[in-house]
Design a protein around this ligand. Structure first.
Ligand code: SF4
Length: 471
């Protein structure tokens, strides 16, 4: 058994897990990988807006973050809510790589880049990035390095589906410069796996973990999902224990959001097979207790890390950030995103690409960036983005310092929020230490509920129907 800290945290369950609070506040809400959240983007934000944001950011010449959306998967997992393309035809990915190269060239031209642009963070997400052949992965990284300088010490990560990865794949990824992997596991119970159409053995997953150590990857992260069909507290305990034996540096435990009216594949999941609310709470409670016992630290939302992991250290030092990939140790870089449906954050704007391959190829063939929609943030958005980021990453905000840096009076600026903040305070989700607003440990699983209080767009629209549950 992997014990990650000599001083375990047996009280983690008591202090972090409060079922009565979770039941009271378990309402729908955004995950705040961005603020404003992506459902606020609109089509009036177009290519011209993205181009001018790129020009502004080019002048700053700070290191950037890159995201590549690689949407191809050979099989469907029924719980999937990603933008993916199910295919076994590798000709489709070969074409896509060529267009990613064109999109990169267009973006760098728009930025007027005379030399390679420094990069400190890169992520391949999907879909299944390892759907690409070795030639395609090499080609994509070659084009990336033609335009960008991947700085030493950066975070270079990739999402891995352990069912389809060989030792040679992992060796190649290390050679290409990746230093972190994120493994999709979800659940090791065969009945659950069959119910979601994703059968994956412990041995396959263990092999990828072993290879990643052999080839020098710095960090391994595992994703689990609770709330899947056929899951019980007992079976999920077995999954958690099997994962802990693999000794990952980070663990994410996501709540399955069953939204079959939005995500078609989920219609193949029988609602009668989903665990009830009480079982889900038990699963979460047991998992938090188990992770606490072996010393994992709660980072925020659904993320846990070993105490010596960079995320836990960054949080202790007040240097944790949140971006579209979740939590990160890298300073809040501007993010260039490539491929279908990818979302970039450039200067004070967000921009999202078109969702389908046909639209993507057509725009690029016409000499246009494939921008579908986006958002130009105003002063109030920027201020609230910072505030929500602090609450999500540090669970605290020094309102005096914050007010000073934004030249506002905190109580009058957030006058509308005061009543709600009082309610959260009474419930124990929030407390004040002088001018410092703090989410105490008992409220941390619900930090995003506190953040929602400051979400002006959410309040104005009250359109809460499409969000996943807070937990
Ligand atoms: S969950 Fe991942 S591997 Fe499964 S279909 Fe969705 S994107 Fe593909």
């Amino acid at each position: 058994m992997s014990s990650v800290a000599s001083a375990s945290t047996p009280t983690e369950k008591e202090v972090l897990f409060h079922p009565e609070l979770l039941q009271k506040f378990d309402i729908n809400g955004p995950r705040y990988t961005s603020y404003p959240s992506a459902d606020r983007f609109h089509n009036e934000f177009c290519e011209a807006d993205y181009l001018s944001a790129l020009k502004r950011v080019a002048k700053v010449n700070e290191p950037l973050s890159l995201y590549f959306h690689l949407p191809f998967c050979p099989n469907i997992c029924y719980y999937c809510g990603c933008n993916k393309i199910i295919t076994k035809d590798h000709g489709r990915s070969a074409k896509y790589i060529k267009y990613l190269a064109k999109e990169m060239a267009m973006v760098c031209t728009a930025m007027g880049a005379q030399k390679k642009i420094p990069v400190t963070q890169l992520h391949w997400g999907g879909g299944t990035p390892t759907f690409l052949s070795h030639e395609e992965m090499t080609e994509l990284m070659h084009h990336t390095r033609e335009h960008f300088d991947l700085l030493p010490g950066g975070e270079y990560s990739i999402e891995i589906d352990p069912r389809r990865v060989t030792e040679a794949d992992i060796a190649l990824l290390a050679e290409l410069g990746f230093n972190r992997i994120s493994l999709g596991v979800q659940d090791f119970n065969l009945e659950v796996q069959q119910a979601v159409h994703r059968v994956q053995t412990i041995e396959e997953t263990q092999a990828v973990m072993d290879w990643s150590r052999k080839y020098g990857f710095k960090s391994r992260s595992v994703d689990l999902i609770y709330g899947l069909p056929k899951q019980t507290p007992e079976t999920f305990k077995e999954t958690v224990d099997a994962v802990l034996k693999m000794n990952p540096d980070r663990l994410s435990v996501y709540n399955y959001a069953h939204l079959p009216h939005i995500f078609k594949p989920q219609r193949r999941i029988a609602e009668a097979d989903l665990p009830g609310a009480a079982d889900k709470l038990d699963i979460l409670s047991n998992t938090i207790a188990r992770l606490g016992e072996v010393g994992y630290v709660f980072i925020g939302m659904d993320h846990f890390a070993k105490p010596d992991d960079e995320l836990a250290i960054a949080q202790k030092e007040g240097k944790l950030h949140r971006n579209f990939q979740g939590y990160s140790t890298q300073a809040e870089c501007d993010l260039l995103a490539f491929g279908i449906s990818s979302i970039g954050k450039v200067d004070d704007s967000y921009s999202q690409n078109v969702r389908t391959l046909d639209e993507y190829y057509a725009a690029i063939d016409d000499g246009h960036l494939p921008t579908l929609r986006g958002l130009q943030l105003d002063k109030d958005d920027l201020l609230r983005r910072e505030l929500i980021g602090e609450l999500m990453c540090q669970f605290a905000l020094d309102t005096e310092l914050f007010a000073k840096s934004h030249q506002i009076e905190f109580p009058s600026y957030f006058n509308t929020e005061i009543e709600e903040l009082k309610r959260l305070e009474e419930a124990g989700l929030l407390e004040w230490q002088g001018a410092k607003m703090v989410v105490p440990i008992k409220g941390r699983l619900l930090a995003r509920r506190v953040a929602m209080t400051f979400d002006r767009h959410l309040r104005e629209s009250q359109a809460k129907g499409t969000y996943s549950k807070v937990l």
